[in-house]
Design a protein. Structure first.
Lengths: 212, 212
DNA sequence: TAGATTGTTAATCGATTAACAATC
DNA sequence: TAGATTGTTAATCGATTAACAATC
């Protein structure tokens, strides 16, 4: 056991499955259950049992031989792996339809994210609140980010504006950007960008529909 | 060339990348360009050139040796593969924040989707229009689906309601469901469900942020 | 004990990547 | 011709799947 015995990096696929497990585990934990076997989780999530076993082992979920994984401990292990055990302060740029929808989504608090500020350029939005979140003018980005010590940016601006805003964010020292604009952002190394492309899912659905 | 020389099935990963190529190609086509090499597309999309080459070959995009892929023909090939060359009539169930945001998103017309009806149970929404789309009561699902010959369902209802609505949709003969509720839907074989789980992307971002 | 499960290693599969020929 | 590109086949890599031992 050397200092270098770091767990070998966990695959993106595994990471993307974790929230799914988490939801079921929260549910069962709420009912007072203490153990969950990969077989049972497989039934609930439609993910193969052996995949679940491997995924949970990868994040170091505690288990009891022959009995299954310890629900409470597995929740902790996943939350810990994702950094969802304490809230990251985040802000949202672009309070259009999608932005407003995300501001109204209370579920993020279970997912390590707390959106505490929003930004826009439209005069009729600036200065108001949306779902309890104050909307500032984009010109105030730097000062508000510093003042509130914000770490994660949620980008819901039009595609044409995305790169410009991104450059500003990078200049402000932001290290994580969750981008909903259909544009590949150029960022310096060291800044994590998570691209959400709604068209990908639609393409998948259409291709499957067509293939039948 | 037998009847069975069907292109070997294209991977999900390839399918999910196609819309990205499409956006760049639309753009360049708008400028009157006729050819695009995989190298140039790689620069624009940050996808490796050889991946792009393979992807475009897979959908049968036309090319000129030494010169690149023919933009107009490649657009056609991708649209055709995805069935985006003519609009699928779709409807949306659940006109909450996210549902309203999707109704207001005009971009779907470029993606083979035309949302022509919406459903909800809230009395204050039923009977009104949202972004020009009529909202019906969920009780009218069957009749409206049949009357308007709707094919694709977009589900933006709360998780607790998703499976119940799905059962109704299946009974109405719907074959494709684009599900934004964080619930794995149980459907009979032959019904395509595309699951969008916003938490997956967030998990990916958080894991990457944590790993640094 | 029997049987269901985790733990662990090996086999399989398929996507990505590399290599190089063919082309204009 | 030289050089950039597509076309095509082979090599690599890593995720999934299978197999079976260990456990209680």
């Amino acid at each position: 056991m050397s200092l270098f015995s770091r767990k070998k990096s966990i695959s993106v696929q595994t990471i993307r499955r974790l929230p799914q497990y988490l939801r079921v585990l929260y549910d069962w934990h709420g009912y007072g259950r203490e153990l969950a076997s990969s077989t049972e989780l497989a039934e609930e999530t439609q993910v193969p049992a052996i995949v679940i076993k491997k995924d949970l082992q990868a994040v170091g979920a505690p288990s009891k031989m022959r009995a299954g994984f310890k629900i409470r401990g597995t929740i902790t292990a996943i939350e810990n792996f994702l950094g969802w055990d304490n809230l990251n302060k985040a802000f949202l740029v672009g309070t259009g339809h999608l932005g407003a929808a995300l501001l109204g989504f209370s579920g993020f608090k279970n997912h390590g994210l707390e959106i505490v500020a929003a930004f826009d350029t439209h005069p009729e939005r600036v200065g108001h609140e949306i779902h309890g979140v104050q909307v500032y003018h984009t010109a105030q980005l730097k000062s508000v980010i510093e003042e509130k010590k914000l770490k994660i940016a949620v980008l819901t601006v039009p595609g044409a504006a995305a790169q410009g805003i991104t450059d500003t964010l990078v200049a402000c020292g932001i290290k994580a950007i969750w981008n909903f604009a259909p544009v590949k952002l150029a960022v310096p190394k060291g800044v994590a960008v998570q691209q959400e492309d709604i068209a990908s899912g639609l393409a998948e659905l259409c291709a499957r529909l067509k293939a039948r």
